[in-house]
Design a protein around this ligand. Structure first.
Ligand code: ZN
Length: 308
């Protein structure tokens, strides 16, 4: 009787170990910047592909940690699925469990594609800002669009020439079109993603002009995150912007919000690039270090210290 029971018990333990090993093969965890990331990898894929995915996750986490001084949340759940499309796509970030990202990667995606990917970094940046009302969704996307390439330059993953070339090439998509209103009122793709990024660029430059380049948008965004403003929190936008302004000793974010939220407020981007000393030649950017805001341009992508 006892022997039979022991045998049953033994079998149950064996079965448990068998399934635990099976599921463990698809789940991995990494620690970075004071946070931990629990990763669900797609099952049944070649080991080399799984290794590339892990390196891709580490790079994105490193870029975000470099920019923010630490990983934005204590714990992130990251679910990666594989499909037959090309490259990285369908990244979405949710507030659940303190932070949840789901993202898809095509099975044929090369290591080089993964190493040059921007999407996972973009999603992880969403963790570092509170959830605001729907009409202000542009600030969440604008921060991710603007900060992602800056963070990758600071982490040594992207050249500064490539970053400014792409920024100059794409930023105009945020300009108001005829009939568009302020960022709180016109919710097209261009205004949401690139209009939000224009807000961030202008904020960064103005903060740096007003503080003699001692502070930037990075200081404001770090302060908001360190003040508890992560994706799991529902805040009004004013609370976040006021917290950011306090950190830079300016009123740039609130002023700019009042300028851009309810009227079109077009921006002279060509004048902006000229002052920053950026010209585009072919598929790269060239820099003029005698331009009035050249020091600001250099400071934006400078690698910060961890405890800024
Ligand atoms: Zn986004």
């Amino acid at each position: 009787m006892w022997v039979a029971r022991a045998r049953t018990y033994f079998l149950v333990v064996l079965l448990f170990l068998f399934f635990a090993t099976l599921s463990a093969a698809q789940s991995k965890s990494i620690s970075i910047g004071g946070g931990s990331i629990d990763i669900t990898l797609p099952s049944g894929e070649p080991a080399a592909f799984q290794d590339d995915l892990m390196e891709w996750v580490r790079r994105a986490a490193d870029a975000v940690t470099t920019y923010y001084g630490r990983y934005p949340v204590k714990h992130l759940t990251l679910k990666i699925s594989a499909d037959d499309r090309d490259g990285v796509h369908h990244g979405v970030t949710y507030p659940e469990n303190g932070g949840l990202i789901v993202i898809s990667v095509g099975r044929g995606t090369t290591k080089e594609q993964l190493m040059n990917d921007w999407m996972l970094t973009h999603e992880m940046i969403h963790l570092a800002f509170p959830s605001v009302p729907r009409r202000q969704h542009w600030i969440e996307e604008g921060i991710s669009v603007y900060v992602e390439p800056v963070a990758r330059v600071q982490a040594g993953q992207l050249s500064v020439e490539e970053m400014w070339y792409e920024t100059v090439r794409d930023m105009h998509q945020g300009e108001p079109e005829s009939g568009d209103q302020g960022l709180d009122r016109t919710h097209t793709w261009g205004r949401t993603y690139w209009g939000g990024a224009m807000f961030c660029l202008m904020a960064d430059v103005r903060i740096r002009r007003q503080t003699k380049n001692a502070k930037g948008l990075q200081d404001a965004l770090r302060a908001i995150m360190n003040g508890g403003g992560t994706i799991a929190e529902d805040w009004e936008i004013d609370r976040a912007l006021a917290m950011g302004d306090k950190a830079t000793g300016t009123t740039v974010l609130m002023d700019l919000y009042h300028e851009m939220s309810d009227k079109p407020d077009p921006m002279d981007l060509d004048a902006m690039w000229k002052k920053l000393g950026i010209t585009v030649e072919g598929k790269t950017a060239k820099f003029d270090n005698s331009a009035p805001d050249a020091g600001i341009r250099e400071a934006i992508t400078r690698k910060p210290s961890a405890q800024k």
